[in-house]
Design a protein around this ligand. Structure first.
Ligand code: DGY
Length: 322
């Protein structure tokens, strides 16, 4: 008998077909939003779940789903998983690292460029029919080339952004991370390790790429924003909750910061209403990894994890040991 697998969100039909060869599927191709209670109900008797970073897997859910053996996230971030509770319950957690690194780094750079060079602001002005003549200071933003790029969180994606900045745009790259990179990796990224205070003080553009956890909650709040240059750009492609969005909106309104590019939000898909009213913010709906090939690779890696665990007893990219 095939084990039962709950695929909690809509995914590529070809990936569903692969999964259907190994599992009895419960799917959600209409992509309905399930409450926690509905998720729990559908998980009854399931061996595994295919998640998309929005489904919370915690001790209460695990206690109510004793048959569950694996949760495969189609995301590199896994702050929806309580890993300790999963390990204690003997449930394997997997994510999808590496396959999205370059695509996400591309997007981080695109968001940085759009914000610093005021691209979406310009497009809105043009579409409103307000472009009547060239003017010396119209939408004059900040330079990217030869500026100082700050990166908070120097994992694989942070390193990809550093390489783009240093090698492609001649930027001085500084970073802060929980642990310093080895000298060889620092050399490849042409990045210099600094304290968080130096990072905030010296960056012309600050990109956030750190994982979300209780310790990174509001890592950028009013006090940190006050340390940044008034001409600086802030880009968040990490997770909502790392930035205090209300404090960011206040800082932007007060001119403490030149602009922000945000792909993730506290409480998304809701966006803080103050951010929506500000012209100097570029807002995108959590799409940093959203190229078609990358999203397909993420879905296939999550499926590979489930299939390998079922057929060989081990996953390709596990997050815990059970
Ligand atoms: C990730 O992979 O973590 C992306 O943010 C999608 O959730």
């Amino acid at each position: 008998m095939k084990p039962r697998l709950l695929v909690a969100r809509a995914i590529f039909p070809e990936v569903l077909e692969r999964l259907a060869q190994h599992f009895e599927l419960i799917t959600n191709q209409d992509d309905e939003s399930w409450t926690a209670a509905q998720l729990l109900q559908r998980l009854q008797g399931a061996w595994g779940i295919f998640t998309m970073a929005g489904e919370r897997i915690d001790a209460a859910l695990l206690a109510a789903c004793p048959a569950l053996k694996i949760c495969a996230n189609m995301a590199v971030g896994y702050n929806n998983f309580d890993l300790d509770a999963m390990t204690a319950a003997g449930v394997l957690a997997t994510n999808t690292p590496d396959v999205l690194t370059e695509t996400t780094a591309d997007f981080g750079f695109a968001l940085l460029m759009a914000t610093a060079r005021r691209i979406t602001e310009g497009e809105r002005l043009l579409r409103r029919g307000e472009w009547t003549k060239w003017r010396y200071d119209m939408l004059a933003g900040a330079d990217i080339h030869a500026s100082t790029l700050g990166i908070l969180g120097m994992g694989r994606i942070g390193q990809g952004i550093a390489r783009r900045g240093a090698l492609g745009f001649g930027m001085q790259v500084i970073y802060h991370n929980r642990s310093r990179l080895d000298a060889e990796t620092e050399g490849q990224c042409r990045a210099r390790y600094v304290s968080k205070a130096e990072l905030l003080r010296d960056a012309d553009h600050l990109v956030l790429v750190l994982p979300y956890s209780a310790s990174s909650h509001h890592a950028i709040a009013a006090a940190e924003l006050a340390q940044m240059k008034p001409s600086a750009t802030l880009v968040n492609i990490a997770r909502g909750g790392i930035v205090d969005d209300a404090a960011l909106a206040a800082a932007l309104r007060a001119g403490q910061l030149a602009g922000a590019g945000l792909d993730v939000f506290e409480g998304e898909p809701a966006v803080h209403p103050d951010l929506l009213t500000l012209p100097n913010v570029v807002l995108t709906p959590h799409i940093a990894s959203a190229s078609r090939p990358t999203r397909l690779a993420m879905a296939n890696l999550a499926a590979d994890n489930l299939i390998a665990f079922h057929t060989q007893g081990r996953a390709l990219t596990p997050l815990n040991r059970v």
